[in-house]
Design a protein around this ligand. Structure first.
Ligand code: ADP
Ligand code: GLC
Length: 478
């Protein structure tokens, strides 16, 4: 079975969030169930060193935004198909935004080109390579299934995976021609959304299957509260929609071998985890004599993640004797808020603004708990890293967080099944109440350690979800 993945990021090469982790880890998991997945990705500057090592396998003159060529290269055990189109991707700044943080004004062309290249490859543009299924990820790849459908019925089937429905790719109708889209598909039953082109909606209308990254989120996005305006479209296609839970790369994230840690450990040598707490506190200037739990945040600093509410609960957290370590970047007011909190509570709160992959591993290993008070969370990966590292997740009951963490309620504790703390109300009060439960549980070392062991034994690998994707592909390919 051959599957062409189309995506705008892929770990470890280019990453802004969990999408990259998923696209970077899923192909290896699929290989274990006999699916060959190749990944079509834009050749952004960090990928330039790979280009001379690869082989040109296709050329297109007429993509949106100009010509591009496809370079096939093997790296990190993956087969990458890089879309080399310097006029679209050779620039400083972020993957989606310029150096001032504003969206690139030609994002429709950049990702339109990626999507069209994907559709062409699915239709056989590379000699000797015929994908059975095209699998597009998020709005950046969402036009690929649309272009396939435009080419007719006798093309490979397609799947769109929604990693976050908040990002839809909305552009004014004037871009339709630049994107070579059929103007007679521009109506509410097609590509139009309140007068605009909505790229993700296009994929929801024209893909054969729709998946999202957890079963709970798959149900939530059918409602106005979570559907971000696309709930009606999704309801109409509910028969094609399913939730497949993300896994994690259990080799890159293994406390027994992780080179970014001060000390490696596993479920039998859990005591050694404490060396990482010592190292993390030293690195961040946190008081080493504090006896409460060290709670961390590793996150984009946005309101999606409920971090404005956490900020309000910081005084309570400190007053209860817990410590807080924050690693993240994002909304300026949240960055400033957590900097101010660190200044107001020296030794108890530390904030590291920035994106640092290695440091994120030490945060996971060195903390007792990880706080994820998201308002919505399609899947979430940091709670899975927390489980794997015996760092108990404290999560809002939403999306994939609700599907992966077992709350320390009385029944779960009796069954020795609890792996974390789940709460409902994302507000300063709701967070304060769950912090109280964390502090009390931490004061009982036997209880805490038994929860850590349950967490570390909880399966977080890709195995069962890779099988679910394989079954879905097989279904589509007939
Ligand atoms: P999202 O994709 O919505 O940001 P996820 O939990 O799915 O949320 O994935 C976030 C990914 O980004 C995780 O791998 C997390 O460790 C990583 N991450 C987020 N912020 C940082 C940061 N400041 N430094 C390093 N890694 C980060
Ligand atoms: C998105 C979501 C996150 C999910 C990730 C990978 O960025 O916000 O919840 O884990 O995609 O699927």
């Amino acid at each position: 079975m051959n599957v062409l993945m189309v995506a705008s990021e892929c770990a470890p090469f280019v990453k802004t969030g969990g999408l990259a982790d998923v696209v970077g880890a899923l192909p290896a998991a699929l290989a274990r169930v006999d699916v060959d997945a190749q990944v079509l990705l834009p050749a952004y500057p960090p990928l330039f060193p790979l280009l001379p090592k690869g082989e040109e396998v296709a050329r297109f003159d007429d993509l949106p935004g100009g010509p591009g060529r496809i370079v096939k290269v093997k790296a990190e055990g993956m087969t990458l198909l890089l879309l080399d189109a310097p006029q679209l991707f050779d620039r400083p700044g972020g993957l989606y935004v310029d150096e001032t943080g504003r969206d690139w004004s030609d994002n429709h062309l950049r990702f339109g080109a990626l999507s069209m290249a994907g559709a062409r490859i699915a239709m056989g543009a590379i000699d000797g390579y015929q994908p059975d299924v095209l699998h597009a990820h998020d709005w950046q790849a969402a036009l690929a299934p649309v272009y396939l459908r435009m080419a007719g019925r006798d093309t490979p089937r397609s799947v769109i995976t929604i990693h976050n429905i908040a990002f839809q790719g909305r552009f004014g109708p004037q871009v339709l021609a630049q994107l070579h889209l059929k103007t007679d598909w521009f109506h509410p039953e097609g590509l139009e959304f309140h007068g605009d082109l909505n790229v993700l909606k296009g994929a929801l209308m024209f893909s054969d299957r729709i998946t999202t990254v957890s079963p709970t989120y798959a149900r939530e996005i059918l409602t106005p509260e979570f559907g971000m305006g696309l709930e009606g479209v999704l309801q109409a296609r509910a028969g094609a929609l399913s939730g497949v839970l993300n896994g994690i790369d259990t080799e890159a994230w293994d406390p027994a071998t992780d080179g970014a840690l001060a000390q490696t450990y596993d479920v039998r040598t859990l005591k050694r985890k404490a060396d990482n707490k010592t190292a993390l506190r030293a690195r961040l200037g946190l008081d080493p004599s504090s006896t409460g739990p060290l709670c961390c945040v590793v996150s984009r600093l946005t309101n999606q993640k409920g971090l404005d509410a956490l900020l309000e609960a910081v005084p309570h957290l400190v007053q209860r004797g817990a410590q807080l370590a924050v690693l993240g970047t994002g909304q300026p007011e949240l960055e400033q808020g957590f900097r101010d909190a660190a200044e107001a509570h020296p030794g108890q709160v530390a904030t590291h603004i920035g994106y640092d992959e290695a440091l994120s591993h030490l945060f996971q290993a060195g903390s007792d708990a990880i706080l994820i008070p998201s308002r919505f969370e399609p899947c979430g990966l940091t709670q899975l890293y927390g489980l794997r590292y015996g760092t108990l997740p404290v999560v809002a009951r939403t999306g994939g967080l609700a599907d992966t963490v077992i709350d320390a309620n009385v029944a779960a504790l009796l069954a020795k099944a609890a792996t974390g703390f789940v709460f409902h109300d994302v507000s300063a009060t709701g967070i304060a109440l769950v912090i109280d439960r964390v502090v009390e549980a931490y004061a009982d070392p036997k209880l805490w350690q038994s929860m850590q062991r349950a967490a570390m034994r909880h399966p977080v690998d890709w195995d069962s979800s890779a099988q679910a994707y394989r079954d879905l592909y097989a279904d589509l390919a007939g």
